[in-house]
Design a binder for this molecule. Structure first.
Ligand code: 1HN
Length: 361
């Protein structure tokens, strides 16, 4: 930096002080725009998470005060999110409970992990939840959850709360009753799940996919079919959930992926400016993120921050299925999406350390 010597140290201090008094800040100090993104990856083990989530049933009840019984995946170094744009949380709903109806400007997805006999109603459409289902709760849509079964229901919530908070666009409203009126069951599926055929009398003009519920059996079948044909070098057999009316991502701020890593496959490494939160839905394997090896097994959660090198591998003899939410649509819409392949060492990172829970990051 070209620092001039016209002012003495004392005069310089006075200059900064008088600038500060009238709320002026020197642009040559700090220079945020020159710094690359820096956030650490992290992982949560299902074996640590599940007992604590089940125990949260003894701590709170999702009434009008508490609203939702959720435990956030709290990445070290971040105040409120799991990445800087998104938050993921585990929600527990016990038999007989209702998490009351509300709506908010942050967008949410539900990725169903465990249990049966519960449903989410989104804008009047009742969606019965089964493990592996993806349910969308787009910005400002009414939603409530009810467990009519006899087992605890656990799912992953993914929201763009940190982004919307940063943009100062948080609005929230409670529905006057605990549940909203139901006017259909699986209607969005009946109308739009075929993907290639749609009702002639509906021309949805929404900021999100009119298909609100993506069922696991169809998802798995699609993955199996695609696995016969091809794969991506960085993500193996990867599919993006899409809006059947546009072919684009299901939401404006977040996109959802599901990927099958075939047995024994290790992908190549790359990095991009979008951040991702993964759930290991099936199988076991590992990811290498910025040279650190994260060994995962069924149920674990993993966060890959923006611009971190990452690659995935499935154990021999066993396919792995990873679900993820990513903030790619935001980055693309603002022309800030950037991606780079790792070219050294034949495309795979040397492993320099191994992650374990409690390791200082
Ligand atoms: C929310 O409304 C839900 O509706 C879950 O189930 C998690 C996390 C932050 C803010 C709102 C839900 C949430 C949330």
């Amino acid at each position: 930096m070209a620092v001039q010597d016209k002012l003495s140290a004392e005069e310089l201090k006075q200059y900064y002080n008088s600038a500060d008094e009238v709320r002026l800040g020197p642009g040559w100090v700090g220079r945020e725009h020159e710094k690359p993104p820096e956030l650490e990856p992290y992982m949560w083990r299902w074996s640590d998470v599940e007992p604590l989530v089940l125990k949260s049933g003894d701590v709170v009840t999702p009434d009008r005060d508490v609203e939702r019984r959720i435990m956030r995946l709290a990445t070290p170094g971040l105040e409120r999110g799991t990445t800087h744009t998104m938050v993921a949380a585990l929600q527990l709903l016990l038999p007989g409970e209702t998490a009351p109806s509300h709506r908010h400007t942050p967008t949410a997805i539900r990725w169903i992990l465990k249990g049966e006999g519960a449903y989410t109603t989104v804008e009047g459409d009742k969606c019965w939840m089964e493990p592996g289902d993806l349910i969308l709760t787009p910005s400002w849509t009414w939603h409530d959850h009810t467990n009519e079964g006899n087992q605890p229901m656990i799912w992953l919530d993914g929201l763009d709360v940190p982004l919307v908070g940063y943009l100062k666009a948080n609005f929230y409203e409670q529905f006057p009753e605990d549940t909203q009126p139901v006017n259909g069951t699986g209607d969005s599926i009946k109308k739009f799940a075929s993907g290639t055929l749609r009702p002639t009398w509906e021309q949805p003009d929404l900021a999100y996919s009119p298909l609100l519920h993506y069922k696991w059996d169809k998802t798995y079948e699609a993955l199996q079919n695609l696995a016969e044909l091809g794969s991506d070098p960085f993500d193996d057999v990867a599919m993006e959930y899409s809006d059947p009316t546009t072919g684009g991502p299901v939401l404006r701020t977040m996109t959802c992926w599901v990927q099958l890593i075939r047995p024994g496959v290790r992908t190549k490494a790359h990095r991009h400016t979008s951040s991702k939160i993964y759930q290991v839905f099936k199988g076991e394997g590992y990811s290498v993120i910025n040279g650190q090896r994260f060994d995962w097994t069924e149920g674990d959660f993993l966060v890959v921050p923006s611009w971190a090198w990452h690659e995935h591998a499935a154990a021999d003899g066993k396919e792995a299925i990873l679900f993820s939410i990513q903030d790619t649509p935001i980055m693309k819409s603002m022309a800030l999406y950037r991606e780079e392949p790792y070219v050294e060492h034949g495309g795979n990172q040397p492993v320099t350390s191994r992650f374990s829970v409690g390791t200082p990051v």
